[in-house]
Design a protein around this ligand. Structure first.
Ligand code: AMP
Length: 306
């Protein structure tokens, strides 16, 4: 990797998974998914990505080849004996709601990520949705990251609140959905919830609101974007991670982490997420091009101009 590339590199830790997905549009089994996979694929449209996660004996060469083919560095995929993480999700008619039907930790049991020296040099770090204690273990290995993003979910807010809260003071952007933000802050109003979370020491809170878009809160600014209006949503799985990956990928490629860049990055994240929901799991990303992304970005600008 060249010096220039290294300055834009992103390291992501999270789950690499096989998902069973049930939505009002149908069902898919054994789809390559996981928080880190969706993030990495989206970010790889913009910047070099290092993927850190455990995989099992059942992880096929074809899946690794796909990721490597997207330019994703897979040296941080740790092969462990056992099954790859599996998740089975079922969406309601209102696709903003979903239930976890089944979750099999597989090779995550006892996983303690070790990050290589090359990966530690990545200036952008994303701690995908996994146990906050594991997230901390990864962050401890990065000395001077320029920007740290973190995602979490209800399960960890309920089961691991103390380590999660302790981690927030070291995070630049917390990416979280509105229901989780309310739960973390113990506050129903989303704006007040964001203020409370900022009080825990995180620099910015980016609240995802599914088909209603996203709102960025910092100490002195608020920025809101709608979601890209789509006539058909096939499967929302991975939308949140794809959103975060698009956003951090764009930031890393541009090199600036000021408010203005962050706002534009959020629009790119929104655009990437609008594609991933058009098909099951991450299928749509396999055919997506940079031209498609730019075209929809321009449509988004026209949509929000007044
Ligand atoms: P998203 O729709 O962006 O929230 O992400 C969905 C992805 O997260 C799926 O591909 C799942 O494999 C993964 N996932 C679901 N639950 C968990 C969990 N508890 N820990 C880690 N990854 C998870």
């Amino acid at each position: 990797m060249s010096e220039r590339d290294d300055a834009a590199a992103i390291a992501v830790v999270g789950s690499v998974a096989f998902d069973t997905l049930e939505t009002p549009a149908g069902r898919a089994d054994d789809e390559l998914g996981g928080s880190a996979t969706h993030f990495a694929v989206a970010a790889s449209f913009f910047a070099p990505v290092y993927l850190v996660a455990p995989i099992g004996d059942d992880f096929p060469d074809a899946a690794r080849e796909y990721l490597v083919g997207r330019g994703i560095d897979c040296s941080g995929l740790e092969h462990r004996s056992g099954r790859t993480f599996r998740w089975h999700g079922r969406y309601h008619e209102d696709m903003n709601k979903r239930d976890t039907v089944h979750l099999d930790l597989g090779v995550f049991a006892g996983f303690a990520p070790h990050v290589s020296t090359a990966i530690r040099r990545a200036p952008f770090v994303f701690l995908g949705n996994i146990d906050p204690t594991l997230q901390r273990g990864v962050l401890d290995q990065f000395g001077g990251a320029r920007l740290v993003g973190l995602d979490t979910m209800n399960h960890w807010i309920a089961e691991a609140r103390a380590p999660l809260e302790a981690l927030l003071a070291r995070v630049d952007v917390l990416v979280i959905n509105d229901e989780e933000a309310r739960e973390l802050a113990r506050e129903d109003n989303v704006t007040r919830a964001a203020r409370r979370i900022l009080g825990l020491g995180v620099k910015r809170v980016l609240i995802k609101r599914g088909e209603y878009g996203a709102i960025l809160f910092s100490a002195d600014a608020v920025f809101a974007v709608p979601a890209f209006p789509l006539e058909e949503v096939f499967d929302p799985t991975g939308a949140g991670d794809t959103f975060a990956g698009g956003m951090m990928g764009y930031l890393a490629a541009g090199g600036d982490v000021d408010e203005r860049s962050l706002r534009r990055a959020i629009v790119y994240g929104t655009v990437l997420a609008s594609f991933v929901v058009e098909d099951f799991g991450g299928r749509r990303m396999r055919t997506l091009t940079r031209d498609d992304i730019e075209r929809r970005y321009r449509q988004f600008v026209a949509l929000t101009e007044f």
